[in-house]
Write a protein that binds this ligand. Structure first.
Ligand code: FES
Ligand SMILES: [Fe+2]
Length: 434
């Protein structure tokens, strides 16, 4: 493929702002806008939210209802994030125009009553839904709202879910690719893997060049990395499954024997060069999960490791606080937080990395497949068909039921029940119809 063609493809799958097809396509899915904890109090501080290049403001009104509206006041475009959140609406501090959660103008004190200008002014508002500690929104055409992605973690009590959130300074695709890239873990993260995941470490350290196999699914695709474990290498192999769910979610399995929840990561584009990262775990034991511990372990405590805009204090400006002395003492990266290790690699690739300069190898099969699948979906979307994952209904809850398990050396992973299931069928040809 020519360099020009590759560049064109890259533009298509990376650009998400304005009229870019990828951004328009992403608007067709429910996306996380912010965490409920950011906006817990009625009449509390409004929160600025930027998604797909749009500047919005979220606020919780006096009755507890949430509003997500355009940030610019329709009068003369001052920020409504400066506004007073009071008595059932958000009031612009400049001239006092006031808006409800549905975007209607509730008060316009600078205009004469009889003129009725108020009835002709409104502000754009978007649907919101709170589930799993996340405020979700849908930014697409109102007549095309898809079913809500009802993952199992969105249905359990809030203290059964742990969420790590932070801002990354690069294109969303670099984050998604990092999340599905099973080859980097044993290099980049060696030494900082979660202690709960000793099994991963022990089983996977030896085989550094796993065999990968991808299969398309109605929600995106799944792939398995098959490795020979340290012990019993002649009898067993370990199968680790990873799922990619449109438009920008990765689900990674954990070793089964620990009852570990899978890691679900959603990467919401802020704009072309910034991404909000959400890493989510939920309890499989019926007991609460320690979110504080999780945030501390990953070096992502709000107000301590992160500033008020979710920006990590270890960032490119201080070279990710990489400690060369620590490296001499045995640390692989010299970077303390596992998530900053990822961010450091993904941000230093450039705000939008240049695909034409990459040398992709056999370990990059899943990344090549992801790009192909994204292009396929965008082409469908441009042709007027629904993008992948919206044409068929599937059970989001099922998607997190994946495990990392050892199987017999002769066994076919496709035949193991954990890795099969009707939600994994290849998308039927007729599914493109709306
Ligand atoms: S700019 Fe908001 S009321 Fe004038
Ligand atoms: Fe990583």
């Amino acid at each position: 493929m020519s360099v020009d063609a590759r560049q064109e493809q890259q533009e298509l799958i990376c650009r998400v702002t304005g009229d870019a097809p990828m951004g328009q396509m992403m608007r067709r899915y429910w996306l996380p806008a912010l965490l409920s904890e950011e906006i817990a109090d009625p009449d509390g501080k409004p929160v600025r939210v930027r998604i797909l290049g749009d500047n919005l403001v979220a606020f919780r009104a006096s009755d507890g209802k949430l509003g997500l509206v355009e940030e610019a006041c329709p009068h003369r475009l001052a920020s409504l994030a400066l506004g007073r959140n009071e008595e059932g609406g958000l009031r612009c501090i400049y001239h006092g125009w006031k808006f409800g959660v549905d975007g209607s103008c509730l008060d316009m004190p600078t205009e004469p009553e009889g003129y009725n200008f108020r009835a002709r002014v409104s502000i754009r508002s978007y649907p919101v839904r709170e589930a799993g500690g996340v405020v979700w929104t849908y930014l697409g055409p109102p007549e095309l709202v898809p079913p809500f992605p009802a993952y199992d973690w969105t249905k359990v009590p809030r203290d059964h879910v742990a969420i790590v959130k932070f801002l990354e300074n690069a294109n969303y695709l670099q984050m998604v690719e990092g999340a599905i890239d099973s080859a980097h873990t044993r290099f980049l993260h060696r030494g900082t893997l979660d202690p709960n995941e000793e099994a991963t470490r022990n089983q996977l350290t030896r085989d550094l060049a796993p065999k990968l196999a991808c299969a398309d699914t109605c929600y995106g695709f799944r792939y398995v990395a098959i490795r020979k474990p340290n012990e019993n290498a002649d009898k067993l192999k370990t199968v680790k499954m990873t799922r990619y769910v449109f438009p920008s979610t990765a689900i990674t399995s954990r070793p089964i024997e620990r009852g570990n929840p899978p890691l679900l990561q959603i990467f919401v584009p802020v704009d072309d060069e910034h991404t909000m990262h959400y890493s989510i775990w939920h309890s499989l034991t019926g007991m609460p999960i320690d979110e504080r511990r999780q945030r501390e372990f990953y070096g992502m405590r709000p107000g301590i490791d992160l500033d008020e805009y979710w920006r990590p204090r270890a960032n490119m400006s201080n070279w990710y606080q990489q400690d060369r002395e620590e490296m001499k003492r045995g640390s692989w990266t010299g970077i303390a937080s596992l998530m900053i290790q990822d961010a450091a690699c993904q941000e230093t690739m450039g705000p939008i990395t240049d695909h034409t300069k990459e040398k992709l190898g056999t370990s990059d099969v899943a990344i090549i497949h992801l790009r192909r699948r994204l292009l396929e979906s965008i082409r469908r979307f441009i042709a007027g068909a629904p993008p992948i994952g919206l044409a068929t209904t599937y059970d989001h809850a099922e998607l997190t039921h994946i495990e990392q398990i050892p199987i017999g050396i002769e066994e076919r992973w496709e035949d193991v029940q954990t890795f099969s299931g009707e939600y994994d069928e290849l998308e039927p040809a007729g599914a493109m119809k709306r």
